[in-house]
Design a protein around this ligand. Structure first.
Ligand SMILES: [Mg+2]
Length: 410
């Protein structure tokens, strides 16, 4: 009724006013959605979203079995014919379409996240604007990355090898830290839940004295090498009890760590808050948390100092920005988790450019020499530990599809 009144008023005041605005014949439509898996240090799941507007949106879903099927069998039929500019409406449409089948957490949310990234890229390309502009504009010109470091042959081989290897010795950790800092990274992170060479029950969530001494020596080697030049963080992958984490944190007090990541699992915010109050280090969690709801209890209890949602897992670009803004109301800092290809990394750059309380985005592919080759550019994406926020439309990069094909897994 109001709109009828408004239209009558408009035609009275402006006789040329057309009260039935014509639906543009150029409204873009989604024509197809699919995935390509690249065999990186994780199976990087690239999402392609075709439109009839002459652009293809590129996204990335967190490496997860079943994501291809969810995207092609469930989401693609829902999205076909929809307007790719309606990014947030389509996010909710996808969630509704998978309601009861994982749209709150897990594989369904991961698939939705991957498509959401591709929608932002497509929308930016259609509107000829960078994603950060569509998100409200940038507040920094470049985005800082921190280096996840693995000393030795790489995480998977080391994890499968039950024998102690050089990978977990202090000297190897120091060398890896030196290399990352020399490349310009100002924050380096190391796994501490690594074999010490002793037989231990890894399910017991316990550290005895020799185990703590092994971890302490690794941290000491890294901070001796780069502590004056960079911040050092450690990751424990949810493996320990509150008591064991407290003991380890006490032993690591002299080393002024940037943060201790996932010392205990994130689901029990009470336990995380208890640990946070009892140790001097800043705690970080979030790579296994989904959406704002996944962070609400942790933030309400001031249980961590840093939240680390994984953008292609937690819900995508807009949801991560909202998590960051929610975190800011608790004066908590956003440090997104990222194990992805340049596509997921650029999603992190646009989030990092637009969220005030953003510190740094993870970079996890120092062991993949062709990571940069995936991008159709002569310049390396990461320079001096930073990525310049791009002004090109969409996410701001184009993939080199020949290189993608060369490393294609499925
Ligand atoms: Mg982690």
């Amino acid at each position: 009724m109001y709109s009828d009144f408004a239209a009558r008023l408009a035609t009275t005041m402006w006789p040329d006013f057309d009260q039935t605005p014509e639906r543009s014949t150029e409204t873009p439509e989604i024509t197809d959605v699919s995935t390509v898996v690249v065999d990186g240090n994780f199976p990087w799941t690239i999402v392609t979203l075709e439109t009839d507007a002459g652009v293809t949106g590129i996204g990335e879903a967190y490496p997860s079995p079943g994501v291809h099927e969810v995207i092609t069998d469930y989401l693609q039929p829902v999205l076909r014919g929809e307007n790719p500019l309606d990014v947030e409406r389509l996010y909710h449409l996808m969630r509704e379409s998978l309601s009861g089948r994982g749209s709150q957490q897990g594989m369904g949310t991961i698939a939705i996240s991957g498509v959401e990234l591709a929608l932002w890229d497509a929308a930016g390309k259609i509107l000829e604007q960078p994603v950060y502009q569509l998100l409200g504009g940038k507040m920094r010109e470049e985005v800082r990355l921190y280096a996840d470091c693995h000393a030795g042959e790489g995480m998977v081989e080391a994890a499968l090898d039950e024998q102690p290897t050089e990978a977990y010795e202090a000297a190897a950790y120091a060398n890896a830290a030196r290399s990352a800092v020399d490349d310009g990274f100002e924050i380096v992170k190391f796994d501490l839940d690594v074999p010490s060479g002793r037989e231990i029950d890894t399910l017991a969530r316990h550290f005895d004295g020799p185990e703590i001494e092994h971890k302490r020596a690794l941290v000491e080697a890294v901070t001796d090498e780069v502590g004056d030049e960079a911040e050092v963080a450690v990751d424990l992958h949810w493996n320990f009890s509150v008591e064991a984490a407290e003991k380890l944190c006490r032993a690591l007090e002299p080393y002024d760590l940037a943060w201790v990541e996932d010392p205990i699992p994130p689901e029990n915010a009470d336990a995380m808050a208890e640990l946070n109050r009892s140790v001097s280090q800043a705690l970080l969690t979030g790579e296994n948390c989904y959406g704002r709801h996944g962070f609400r209890d942790l933030l309400e209890q001031q249980a961590v100092s840093f939240v680390a949602p994984d953008i292609p897992k937690t819900g995508g670009i807009a949801e991560t920005k909202k998590i960051g803004e929610l975190a800011d109301t608790y004066y908590t800092t956003l440090t997104p988790h990222n194990v992805g290809s340049p596509v997921a990394t650029m999603a992190g750059v646009h989030v990092g450019a637009t969220v005030p309380n953003f510190l740094a985005l993870e970079y996890h592919a120092r062991d993949v020499p062709w990571w940069d080759d995936l991008v159709d550019s002569d310049e390396p994406l990461i320079q001096n530990g930073r990525i310049t926020v791009p002004d090109e439309p969409g996410l701001g990069i184009e993939l080199d599809w020949d290189v993608v094909e060369e490393h294609r897994k499925t």
